[in-house]
Design a protein around this ligand. Structure first.
Ligand code: SF4
Length: 450
C-alpha cells in the first residue's frame, strides 16, 4: 500500500533514532528544504527516493515496496525491439503524463497463407509525424487450426517485432513458445479452465501471461490472476473479455481506478483489448486504458490515425514537443530568398515547413526559441515578442545567410510589426498569412517584381 507523507517522514533521517543518520536531517541534499517537505513530495510521486542518500536500508526497503508502481510494468521483446506497458500513475493525462503507450498489434492467423507477408508489412510500416517516426508494435499470431508453430516461426522470421501468442490450448501454446524461442512473447490466455497448465508454461518460458474471463466479471478476473500469481507468474495481463464500446469502457475504467485510486494491487496489471477492425474502438482503448490492443488486420489508413492519436495522448502535456531553434533551409535557398520566422513548437514548425517544402519555393525559415509554444500562445505569454525575434535574427545566423533585410512574420502577430521595425532598424517587416497553408501563395505574391 502507498504510504502517506507523514508515514514516509517517519522513515526518513529526520525521524531516525540513529545519531549517525539523524545528523543529516534537513540537510537539503535531496533538493527540498526539509525531510518533511521531501516526504510530502515522495507521497505525491513528485520526487524519487534516490534523491536522499541517507535513508537507512530497512526504511529504504519499506519505502521501495510502498513505491512499487500501482500498475505493473510488463515487457514483451523480440530480436529487434521491445515494448513495455503499464507503470501508469494517473487516470488523466493532464494530471501528470502517461508514460507507456499501448502496443498496437496486428492479428495474423496460423491458417493464413500470407501471414509472414502481413507480418513484414506491419514490421516495415513507418510514418513520420512532426519529426517522430511512428510504428506499429507487434504481431498477434492466432492458433486457428493451421500449423501454429510454423506460423510463429514464419512471423518471427519476417518481422523483428514482439509477438502475442493467441491460443487457449496449452499444447499449442507450448509449440508456439518453442517456436518463439529467444523472444519474450505475451501468452494469451489463461482461463478458469486451463490456468494451471498455462501458468506452468508462462513460468517455464518466462513469458507474460494474459488471464481472461468472458463476461467482464472483475471478481472472477482477480481470482484468476491471484491463482496464476500463486503459481509463480508475476507478469500478468488482464483481459476482461469485453469487445464492445460501453462495457469495455466501463470495466477498463473501473480496473484503472481500482489500481490507482484504491491501491488495489490485485488488479495492478496492464489490460489487453481486441478492437477487431473498428478504428473508433481501437481509439477508445488507446485513451482508456489498454496496454495491448489487437487489430484484426493491417492497413496504413487504419494505422496512421491510431498512431497519431496515440502519439498525441502519450506526450507529456507539460513539455511541448519542440524543435531546435535555428535557421532552417527549405528547398535549397539562395541568399536573396525570403526569410520567415516562426516558433519552435513542433507542430507549428512542421505545418510551416511542410507547406513550404511541398510548394517547391526556396526560403529561410528562422525558428525562434518560444519554449515550445505555438505562435499565438507564445505571443500571449511574452515568449515571442519583438525583442526575442530581433535577437533570433542576430544570433541564429540569418544576417550571415541572407543578403537582404526583409523578414516575414506570422499574420497572427501582425501587431509586432512596429516594434520589430524599431528593434531591427533598416529592416522591412512584412506580415505573412495567419495560416501556414496560405504561405506558398503569399511567397509567390511577394516574389513578383513590383
Ligand atoms: S536529503 Fe532530504 S530527506 Fe534526506 S536527510 Fe537530507 S533533507 Fe532529509
Amino acid at each position: 500500500m502507498a504510504l502517506s507523507g507523514l508515514q514516509i517522514y517517519k522513515l526518513l533521517p529526520g525521524s531516525s533514532k540513529n545519531p549517525a543518520v539523524k545528523k543529516h536531517a534537513n540537510c537539503k541534499a535531496c533538493g527540498f528544504p526539509t525531510c518533511l517537505a521531501f516526504a510530502m513530495k515522495l507521497s505525491q510521486k513528485q520526487a524519487e527516493l534516490t534523491q536522499c542518500p541517507y535513508v537507512e536500508d530497512e526504511a529504504k526497503a519499506k519505502l521501495e515496496a510502498s513505491a512499487a508502481p500501482p500498475i505493473r510494468l510488463i515487457t514483451v521483446a523480440a530480436n529487434g525491439s521491445k515494448l513495455a506497458v503499464g507503470n501508469e500513475t494517473v487516470l488523466f493525462r493532464h494530471e501528470k503524463t502517461f508514460y507507456h503507450q499501448p502496443g498496437l498489434f496486428v492479428r495474423v492467423k496460423a491458417s493464413q497463407a500470407d501471414a509472414a507477408a502481413v507480418a513484414k508489412a506491419v514490421n516495415d510500416y513507418s510514418v513520420e509525424y512532426v519529426g517522430m517516426d511512428l510504428t506499429l508494435d507487434g504481431i498477434a499470431v492466432e492458433a486457428d487450426g493451421g500449423d501454429f508453430a510454423a506460423a510463429v516461426s514464419a512471423v518471427k522470421g519476417a518481422s523483428s517485432l514482439p509477438l502475442v501468442l493467441l491460443t487457449e490450448d496449452p499444447a499449442l501454446a507450448e509449440a508456439g513458445l518453442k517456436a518463439a524461442e529467444g523472444l519474450t512473447p505475451l501468452l494469451w490466455a489463461a482461463t478458469p479452465d486451463n490456468w494451471e497448465a498455462m501458468a506452468k508454461l508462462a513460468a517455464r518460458y518466462k513469458a507474460p501471461l494474459a488471464v481472461r474471463v468472458d463476461d467482464g466479471d472483475i471478481n472472477r478476473l482477480v481470482d484468476l490472476a491471484e491463482k496464476v500469481k500463486a503459481a509463480g507468474v508475476e507478469d500478468i495481463v488482464l483481459d476482461p473479455g469485453l469487445r464492445d464500446y460501453v462495457t469495455s469502457l466501463a470495466v477498463f475504467t473501473q480496473l484503472r481506478r481500482l489500481a490507482l485510486k484504491k491501491n488495489e494491487r490485485r488488479v495492478g496489471y496492464p489490460l489487453i483489448a481486441f478492437a477487431g477492425d473498428d478504428l473508433a474502438l481501437a481509439g477508445q482503448h488507446i485513451a482508456k486504458y489498454a496496454g495491448f490492443i489487437v487489430l484484426d488486420s493491417f492497413s496504413p489508413g487504419t494505422a496512421y490515425p491510431l498512431l497519431v492519436m496515440r502519439a498525441n495522448i502519450f506526450t507529456d502535456p507539460q513539455k511541448p514537443i519542440q524543435v531546435q531553434p535555428g535557421l532552417y533551409e527549405i528547398n535549397h535557398p539562395q541568399p536573396g530568398d525570403p526569410l520567415m520566422v516562426t516558433t519552435n513548437f513542433s507542430i507549428t514548425y512542421f505545418a510551416v515547413a511542410n507547406e513550404l517544402e511541398s510548394s517547391g519555393l526556396p526560403g529561410w525559415l528562422m525558428v525562434a526559441d518560444a519554449e515550445g509554444m505555438s505562435v499565438l500562445t507564445a505571443w500571449a505569454a511574452g515568449k515571442f515578442d519583438a525583442e526575442r525575434i530581433a535577437k533570433s535574427v542576430k544570433t541564429l545566423g540569418a544576417t550571415e545567410k541572407v543578403n537582404h533585410q526583409s523578414l516575414i512574420i506570422p499574420g497572427h502577430v501582425a501587431v509586432l510589426m512596429g516594434e520589430l521595425e524599431e528593434e531591427l532598424p533598416g529592416w522591412k517587416i512584412m506580415v505573412g498569412p495567419r495560416e501556414a497553408v496560405d504561405l506558398p501563395a503569399f511567397l509567390k505574391m511577394v516574389r513578383q517584381p513590383a
